[in-house]
Design a protein around this ligand. Structure first.
Ligand SMILES: [Zn+2]
Length: 301
C-alpha cells in the first residue's frame, strides 16, 4: 500500500461508500491505544491511492461529533502510513460574504468544544504545540490549485468556529461568534486539526457552505424528520459531496507537483529535542493510562 493521503469525510460522505462512487477496498476498523477507529477504505484513482474514513459512520449519520473517536481515527491513519489528511466538512456561514454551495479553504479556527479529548498526551506534560499556521500551508495551496483546475467556486480563507453540537447554534451565539471574528460554524475540525499536529501530520480542511447560520429570522422553513431541513440544503450537500471523488483524485495529482512549504513533520521536534519523547512516534504511547497527579495520590502510611 502506497497511500500517504487520507480523507476524513463528514456529513453525507458516507453516501459515497454506499453508492459505489468511491472505488474502494475495505480495510476495516483499526485497533489503536485509544480505542477502535472508524472503518478505513483504500481507494484507487487515476493518480494514485488514498485512504478514506467516514467520520460519522459507514452507512449513514450514526455518530454525532461529540462521540467520534478522533484520537483513534487520526492514530489509525498515521499507523497506516498517511502523511497528509484532508478533512471534508459541512459548514453554516456566519458571514454572508460566502455563498451557499461555495467551497472554503479555512485558515484559522476558534475551538468552542467542551466535551472531547483534545490531546493524545493526557497527563504526560506534552502537547505544547504552536498553532500557526493552523492548517498545513502546502495542503491549502494544493486545494487552491485543485479547485481552480476543477473550475469550482471557492474562497481561500475563513475562520471556522468548532462547536460541540449536536444541536445547532442560537442567534445570540451566532452574534457572539461573529463578534470575535468567526465566519463559519461546524462541529468537527476541533480537535482533529490539533491531534494531527501532535502526530506531525499535514492537515487541511475543505469546507462547503450548506446554509447560513441562524439569525433569528423566519426565512427558513422547518421540516420535521430531516437533519438538513430544506430540500435545497440536501440537494446542495449531495452535489458538493458528489464532486468529492473527483476533487480527491485531482488532489492526488496536484500534490505530486506542489512544493512542500510546511513544517508539519517537525511540530513535536521541541519535545523530541528535550528528550521527553523519542524519535519513533509509536513509542510515545507505550503507556497511555492516565497518570494520577502527585497531589491526588493516596499517602502511604
Ligand atoms: Zn504540512
Amino acid at each position: 500500500m502506497n497511500a500517504t493521503l487520507a480523507c476524513i469525510g463528514g456529513t453525507a460522505a458516507y453516501d459515497l461508500l454506499q453508492d459505489g462512487a468511491l472505488v474502494a477496498k475495505r480495510l476495516g476498523a483499526q485497533d489503536t491505544p485509544f480505542g477502535q477507529s472508524q472503518p478505513i477504505y483504500l481507494c484507487q484513482s487515476r493518480f494514485g491511492e488514498f485512504l478514506f474514513l467516514s467520520r460519522h459512520g459507514e452507512t449513514g449519520y450514526e455518530m454525532v461529533p461529540t462521540y467520534v473517536n478522533y484520537r483513534a481515527n487520526i492514530y489509525a491513519l498515521k499507523a497506516l502510513g498517511v502523511r497528509s489528511i484532508v478533512s471534508w466538512s459541512e459548514t453554516r456561514a456566519i458571514s454572508h460574504n460566502y455563498r451557499i454551495g461555495q467551497y472554503v479553504i479555512v485558515d484559522d479556527l476558534v475551538d468552542e468544544t467542551v466535551a472531547r479529548p483534545r490531546s493524545f498526551f493526557d497527563s504526560q506534560g506534552l502537547g505544547f504545540v504552536r498553532q500557526w499556521p493552523v492548517f498545513c500551508p502546502s495542503l491549502r495551496q494544493a486545494f487552491e490549485t485543485t479547485l481552480g483546475e476543477e473550475h469550482c467556486e471557492f474562497a481561500d480563507r475563513g475562520v471556522y468556529v468548532s462547536v460541540e453540537g449536536p444541536r445547532q447554534e442560537t442567534p445570540a451565539e451566532v452574534r457572539k461568534y461573529a463578534s470575535y471574528g468567526g465566519e463559519l460554524i461546524g462541529q468537527t475540525l476541533a480537535p482533529e486539526v490539533f491531534l494531527a499536529k501532535e502526530l506531525q501530520l499535514c492537515y487541511a480542511s475543505l469546507c462547503y457552505v450548506a446554509k447560513y447560520a441562524e439569525t433569528g429570522s423566519n426565512s427558513r422553513p422547518f421540516e420535521d424528520g430531516r437533519i438538513l431541513q430544506e430540500a435545497t440544503e440536501q440537494k446542495r450537500s449531495r452535489e458538493a459531496v458528489e464532486r468529492l471523488p473527483r476533487i480527491l483524485e485531482r488532489l492526488c495529482d496536484v500534490l505530486t507537483r506542489t512544493p512542500g512549504i510546511c513544517r508539519c513533520e517537525s511540530s513535536m521536534a521541541h519535545h523530541i529535542a528535550s528528550g521527553q519523547i523519542g524519535w519513533d512516534w509509536r513509542t510515545w504511547f507505550d503507556d497511555v493510562t492516565p497518570r494520577v497527579p502527585p497531589a491526588q495520590r493516596t499517602p502511604v502510611t
